[in-house]
Design a binder for this molecule. Structure first.
Ligand code: DGJ
Length: 730
């Protein structure tokens, strides 16, 4: 049983296989955070709430209520009444004041987990998950807050979300609604986060927390290239295998905050939720507001355990696509091959050559509609450009299928170009502030998806094409951030809802799409990886990771992405050299090995690449077939992260039953007078015998894990090797 309530001690204890989370109620009904960490065998006590210490609870010493609130480890702190640390809930009432206070009202414990209305969220059966709902209320505002905790016992995951219900008669304005808070005593924590930029997404950032607030956030209307909706606090010296890690990850794709705040009494408050900037949600009497979900885990075995916990959780409880464990077609995308300059003949020539090498799907990227010969026009005009593609999409798909390849197509349904028939007909469909010239980005505006007729148009633009031909795959792109937040349909006092309504609109569209086309393989994308987040994974089993396809740049991008996301979700392609983003030339084999740590595909003009590179494609395709299942289902271990001092990168994917392991080693720079590197494997059976494939070398599991496997210095920069160890005997 994952959730227990001890009525006498007024404690809720949430146990997973290796973790325990305890919530305590004070006499007044404040919900306090007692403990999160390693699993307790028995039932814990509430003394860490320190209600017997100065300044005591308000029922004991009313005169010091402010000091109490400013120190008490609160499960869901509210703003305006004297807790000066970050609040999770700010409500403005009709008199214009901000102030709310929540007290325990009742609770429910039940098997299973409900869906979150309009939002992506994790799921599980009644055997897999149990949910505690703590129902709290503000006796003055008559608002109920339902704090939901879902315990996935065997996964070591607790998810959290919050629902607000206005049961009073006042119009309330929610100016901030976060989804989770974790108040802990500081353990000299270091904060881990992911930062980046376009083509440099999700680089791991780590540093000791300082006094005050350290925040990762986005106000860009997307989870963003720059900062990621994730935060972890780790004890000093945490490694891949050792150390305590407390992590939160947000199942949301829009504005967010992920924050650690170190305060006066050496306490840390971790918070996560929708960013309060430009957010104000009107809650009329009877209205309900649902905040998105946070996924929480604790690991006492370092970052590696955290990573594998997230991977297993997302694979089993967030990604719904039938492609999750199914063989994904090896695709070739024409973006870096042709950009906008293509026609039917060009695409078919790529398809014909691709077919010869075993590639299975052609994806037609941007440029097939309206007058789109550059990125300056036509978004919104989703009618095929017959000058490029005579006979339209059905004819093109027919010809591609005839060659023997499946067909995939690119859309950017959320956008509108000022130079488009759509904009000329409906300028008010773009998000804009009246009287102010809209800020263009990539020469485009964003469609106001808070409006139903706009959503309908966007959906039908995609669905109409998908209904017209057997299209197996869609790449759903989004190439600019939101700005100039104004909707012509929302009243002045509801404009603060636009960012979130936009996200709800995107989710509604994708939900419709995967419902109407259940067999469609959907890949989300956002100018590379600006919307690589758990929210999107609910709709698509893979997301384009970055527009930077250089194998060496990808090492860090994919390492940061794989810190949280299963390799099977990471869109990765082999592209041509010199690389289009950084101008680097790397061996074709290395590009293949790096792309294998993702969805694997090609993004090059196969009719033009050198013969030497071309010859390697069939072998790479074979590797993909061979390892795809292991990559989709196995345990991922990060073995080395390259630096100038140790210029090699290494990761492993081991089968869950220890029967095989694939190890990828990339020597970023070669070293003069170098010697072999010892790679210590993980996840094998100690006494079993493993053979290194294609050799007669045999090792026991413990030899590989403890003594390590020597990889000799390779000749040249950017070289890589793939090692496959297969269990021969127990
Ligand atoms: C950004 C994507 O990340 C690219 O792969 C490509 O689809 C372009 N957009 C097309 O405009």
């Amino acid at each position: 049983m994952g959730i227990r309530y001890n009525e006498e001690k007024r404690l809720f204890q949430l146990d997973t296989e290796h973790t325990t989370y305890i919530i305590g109620l004070t006499e007044e009904g404040y919900t306090g955070h007692v403990y999160y960490g390693k699993r307790l065998q028995g039932m814990g006590s509430g003394y860490p709430l320190r209600t017997d210490e100065e300044p005591y609870t308000p029922s004991v010493r009313k005169g010091a209520k402010c000091s109490f609130l400013d120190k008490f480890p609160m499960e869901y702190p509210t703003g305006g009444i004297g807790d000066y640390r970050e609040s999770c809930l700010d409500i403005r009432n009709e008199t214009g004041s901000i102030g709310s206070e929540l007290f325990y009202h009742s609770h429910e414990i039940r098997k299973g987990k409900e869906k979150l209305d309009g939002l992506p969220a994790s799921f599980g059966t009644e055997e897999e998950v149990e949910t505690l709902k703590l129902i709290c209320e503000d006796p003055v505002l008559h608002i109920k807050a339902v704090l939901a905790y879902s315990v996935f016992e065997t996964r070591d995951i607790i998810t959290r979300s919050v629902q607000l219900i206005n049961e009073g008669s006042e119009l309330l304005r929610l100016e901030k609604v976060y989804s989770a808070c974790l108040d802990m005593d500081n353990e000299d924590f270091e904060m881990l986060s992911l930062r980046g930029s376009w083509a440099r997404e999700r680089q791991i950032e780590r540093g000791r927390i300082r006094f005050g607030k350290q925040r990762m956030s986005s106000l860009r209307g997307e989870s963003s290239h720059q900062e990621h909706p994730f935060i972890a606090l780790a004890t000093p010296e945490t490694t891949q295998e050792t150390g305590n890690v407390y992590a939160m990850h947000f199942v949301y794709s829009g504005n967010f905050i992920a924050q650690a705040e170190l305060s006066q009494h050496d306490q840390v408050r971790m918070t996560m939720g929708i960013h309060e900037g430009d957010f104000c949600w009107q809650l009329k009497p009877g209205d309900v507001f649902q905040a998105p979900e946070v996924v929480m885990t604790f690991s006492d075995q370092g970052l590696g355990k955290m990573t594998r916990t997230f991977h297993d959780f997302y694979r089993n409880h967030l990604i719904r696509s039938p492609y999750l464990y199914k063989k994904r077609p090896i695709l070739i995308n024409n973006w870096e091959a042709t950009y906008f300059n293509f026609d039917t003949e060009k695409l078919l020539s790529i398809a014909r050559e691709a077919k010869k090498d075993g590639i299975e799907m052609l994806v037609m990227d941007d440029g097939w509609f309206g007058k789109r010969n550059s990125d300056t026009c036509s978004l919104g005009d989703w009618t095929v450009n017959e000058e490029k593609l005579p006979g339209g999409i059905p004819e093109l798909v027919r010809q591609v299928n005839e060659i023997g390849l499946a067909f995939g197509i690119w859309f950017e349904p959320e956008m509108i170009s000022p130079d488009s028939d759509l904009y000329r007909a409906h300028p008010d469909w773009a998000i804009q502030i009246p009287g102010r010239e809209g800020t263009l980005s990539r020469s485009q505006y964003v469609l106001d998806l808070s409006r139903e007729e706009v959503r309908e148009y966007a959906y039908e633009s995609v669905a109409r094409i998908l209904r017209s031909a057997p299209i197996a795959y869609v790449k759903w792109d989004m190439n600019r951030q939101l700005s100039d937040m104004g909707s012509s349909c929302l009243p002045a006092d509801r404009q603060g809802e636009l960012f979130h309504r936009y996200m709800l609109g995107v989710y509604e569209l994708q939900e419709r799409l995967v419902t109407e086309f259940p067999d469609l393989l959907l890949e989300n994308c956002s100018g590379g990886g600006a919307r690589f987040d758990p929210g999107m994974l609910y709709y698509s089993p893979q997301i384009w990771c970055s527009d930077d396809t250089d194998a060496i740049e990808r090492l860090r991008i994919q390492e940061g992405t794989a810190l949280l996301y299963p390799l099977s979700t990471i869109g990765a392609h082999v592209s041509d050299c010199p690389n289009h983003t950084v101008g680097r030339t790397t061996p074709f084999a290395t590009r293949g090995h790096v792309a294998l740590a993702g969805t694997f595909g090609y993004e090059l003009d196969i009719t033009k690449i050198s013969e030497e590179d071309r010859k390697q494609i069939p072998g790479q395709v074979e590797l993909c077939h061979k390892y795809q299942n292991l990559i989709q289902t196995g345990d991922y271990y990060r073995i080395a992260s390259w630096t100038m001092e140790k210029p090699y990168d290494c990761w492993e994917v081991a089968a869950k039953d220890g029967s095989e392991a694939m190890v990828t080693y990339v020597q970023v720079l070669s070293t003069a007078n170098g010697h072999s590197r010892r790679i210590r494997l993980k996840g094998l059976a100690d006494t079993a015998i493993y053979r290194l494939e294609d050799t007669e070398e045999r090792y026991t599991g413990e030899e590989l894990m403890l003594l390590g496997f020597p990889v000799k210095e390779l000749w040249g920069d950017y070289q890589s090797r793939l090692f496959h160890f297969v269990k021969e005997a127990e």
